[in-house]
Design a protein. Structure first.
Length: 326
């Protein structure tokens, strides 16, 4: 008896490397590392080329992590079959950088038009540089593009459950010069996130809010309490939280910190209470009004928060037990 299915192709367990999330991320990591090496060598043009390639591959890795079909041309049937692990003996055709960044607006939280546009700009310069006689990267100053670049990369990585360090390696694995550059990069990236949050708050959906509307939102935020948003903080064991104006929208935000020191400044033995001054290092910030989130020393610096905060606490005096007086 003839088996009708005997001639059918069998599905592969793995998709081709061209659309594999792991392979795309691995190659993106390699290019990101090369970008940082070029930056350390002060070769700005090479820095931008590797950065552009790394960003496109990172975007594709994010999409492929959801499903490989998101990085293939949808009008190519064989590519779609390959993305599902079905062999077609055809070369997979992947989407352009423009399509990658357009799709990230739907798959990466807070990846908006400014990020997509910044990605397209660097990708366009890369294409001009590689496919024409024009020196597209010449004259570009690093500070005019790299902050937005690293900020955008951080957004994509966050959506994948990764950090910038996971992409380029931890500080311990980076030469000292690159480590210093990396710190600067994180500060610049945070500054751009603050600027983007400010722009989104002032003009949500490209509709500019009036001065009266902004004042109303800032007044409304005065009724917020940090514990209402406890779950919005990444770190759940911070020692204290306090109110502080958001560096982006000027509404009430909340800063959490770790206690680094305390000292007794007054004792009242008659009442049994003492006053303690506590010192905290800021570790994380959250604003409910514009949803800005910052954490880590570099991002605290970018927001121009103080390096140390203090408060006072009143508590019962803890007396040492008497020994040998029975």
């Amino acid at each position: 008896m003839h088996n009708a299915g005997s001639g059918a192709k069998k599905s592969h367990k793995e998709v081709p490397p061209a659309i594999s999330a792991e392979a795309l991320l691995g190659k993106s990591r390699l290019y990101a590392s090369r970008a940082l090496q070029a930056k350390a060598s002060k070769d700005s043009e090479v820095y931008q080329i590797w950065a552009a390639l790394a960003l496109e591959l990172l975007g594709k890795a994010q999409l492929a992590g959801i499903h490989p079909c998101l990085v293939v041309e949808t009008d190519n049937t064989n590519s779609l079959l390959e993305s599902c692990g079905i062999e077609t003996d055809s070369k997979v055709k992947t989407i352009s950088a423009h399509v990658v960044f357009a799709r990230l607006k739907h798959t990466v939280e807070k990846f908006g038009t400014p990020h997509a546009k910044a990605c397209e700009n660097i990708s366009s310069r890369r294409n001009i540089e590689l496919h024409s006689g024009q020196a597209a990267f010449a004259g570009m100053v690093d500070k005019d593009w790299e902050g937005q670049f690293w900020s955008t990369a951080q957004l994509i990585l966050t959506s994948m459950g990764l950090e910038l360090e996971d992409w380029v390696g931890s500080d311990s694995k980076i030469p000292a010069t690159l480590a210093r550059d990396f710190r600067t990069i994180k500060i610049e990236a945070a500054k751009h996130r603050i600027a983007n949050a400010r722009a989104d708050f002032l003009s949500p959906g490209d509709k500019k809010r009036s001065k009266k509307e902004l004042e109303a939102l800032r007044e409304q935020s005065k009724a917020f309490y940090w514990y209402t948003y406890r779950e919005s903080f990444r770190y759940s064991l911070l020692d204290s939280y306090w109110d502080i104006p958001c560096p982006a929208c000027e509404c009430k935000g909340f800063l959490g910190g770790d206690k680094v020191h305390e000292e007794v400044i007054d004792q009242d033995h008659e009442s049994g209470y003492e006053t303690v001054e506590r010192y905290f290092t800021p570790a994380e910030f959250y604003c409910p009004s514009c949803d800005l989130r910052l954490d880590g020393a570099e991002e605290m610096e970018a927001a121009e928060f103080e390096e140390e905060y203090t408060d006072q606490d009143e508590r019962e005096i803890e007396y040492e037990p008497d020994y040998g007086n029975d």
